[in-house]
Design a protein around this ligand. Structure first.
Ligand code: OKP
Ligand code: ZN
Length: 365
């Protein structure tokens, strides 16, 4: 299977994030993507290539141009206005209650407020290289989509930063542009077909749900930790099914803490059944390994052999696969979990490597 990767993700280099107001070491770090790259290179069956630049148009097809402008301007503006800070994190938020009953909407000018106008949370710092890395992740996703449109049965885009929490007009949850949503929209336009998205990241993809909420040409199916318990807290319940002509094309499958391999696979089968009933030959997979038993910010109990089986069952649907990386924060396991999943998707066996080689970003791409 071809893999799209770029070392440009290294530019999004953050040391810490904020959880409930206190700084903690960042979870969404460059080592994640480098671990996966190294394992796939060591495997030998996953040729790497760089992304093609696709420009801004596919991004503004699903995102507010104001969000794109903000992300492009945020760091330079932060440097001018708050020069002593290592990263830009919002001070206040445009919360639901601020605007109730009032049809007002001014984007603030000062960067401390402007960030909060566009942001979901305080866990998504913006640094000097964030915008370039986020744009490159979109190009990775679109290049993987092009490979499949060009005849590949499946392609894997090693996107970093991830994307599924970014909605039309909001960044957050370590995400800036919604790589999977941009790729899915691109696929609908290039193929003339309907497109399904399966989101198997531990977290609900609130951004992807929001973007396609009223659209009947894109099915969004997500398996995730119950929002009664975990991030992103405000969406992911089963009664969220879409609206207007999109009614019924949003499917949420929330699961309890401690979800085992067997329980996960049963939920996966139900989800694949929903996809099988939706027309089209293309499936975008939002792939997260934060369902892993040892993930530091999640609470499922999925194991490495199960990823092989999940990949196998997803591919057994018979659809063309655009597989895009989302989360997964237990760094030591990421390479093997990716290898297991992607080998499963090719219906090849998985034999764990003793110790996957881990080398810094090279020049092989
Ligand atoms: C991004 B993706 C945990 C706080 C989590 C943000 C999580 C973003 C996950 N106590 N904050 O879906 O993997
Ligand atoms: Zn996640």
């Amino acid at each position: 299977m071809r893999v799209v990767y770029t070392p440009q993700h290294l530019a999004h280099d953050i040391a810490s994030e904020t959880i409930m107001g206190l700084p903690v070491p960042a979870n969404e770090v460059a080592e994640r993507a480098e671990r996966i790259r190294a394992a796939l290179e060591a495997d030998g069956g996953f040729p790497l290539q760089g992304p093609e630049a696709h420009g801004a148009e596919p991004i503004t097809a699903v995102h507010d141009p104001g969000l794109l402008r903000f992300l492009a301007e945020a760091w330079p503006q932060a440097r001018r206005e708050a020069i002593d800070r290592p990263a830009l994190i919002p001070e206040g938020f445009a919360a639901r209650g601020y605007f109730q009953e009032m049809a007002i909407a001014h984007e603030p000018k000062a960067i401390s407020g402007r960030a909060g106008y566009w942001a979901l949370d305080t866990s998504t710092p913006i640094v000097a290289g964030t915008y370039a890395a986020a744009r490159a992740a979109v190009d990775v996703a679109l290049t993987a989509a092009d490979l499949v449109l060009g005849g590949e049965r499946a392609a894997y885009g090693l996107c970093r930063p991830p994307g599924h929490h970014a909605s039309r007009s909001m960044y957050g949850g370590y995400c800036f542009f919604n790589n999977a949503a941009i790729a899915a929209d691109w696929l609908t336009k290039r193929s003339g077909e309907r497109v399904a998205i399966l989101d198997v990241d531990f977290h609900h993809g609130n951004g992807t749900q929001q973007i396609f909420w009223r659209r009947d040409d894109v099915l969004y199916v997500s398996i995730h930790g119950d929002p009664d318990r975990v991030y992103p807290y405000f969406s992911g319940w089963t009664d969220e099914r879409g609206e207007g002509s999109g009614t019924g094309t949003n499917v949420n499958v929330p699961l309890p803490a401690g979800t085992s391999d067997d329980e996960y696979l049963a939920a996966l089968d139900r989800s694949l059944d929903a996809i099988a009933h939706f027309p089209g030959s293309l499936l975008v997979v939002s792939l997260g390994f934060d369902t892993y038993a040892l993930d530091p910010i999640s609470d499922f109990a999925v194991t490495t052999p199960a990823y092989h089986e999940i990949g196998r069952r997803v591919a057994a649907l018979g659809r063309r696969l655009v597989i895009l990386q989302e989360g997964g924060y237990h760094r030591p396991s990421l390479g093997e979990n990716a290898r297991a999943w992607l080998r499963g998707a090719e219906d090849r066996e998985f034999d764990p490597l003793p110790a996957a080689g881990f080398t810094p970003a090279g020049t092989k791409v």
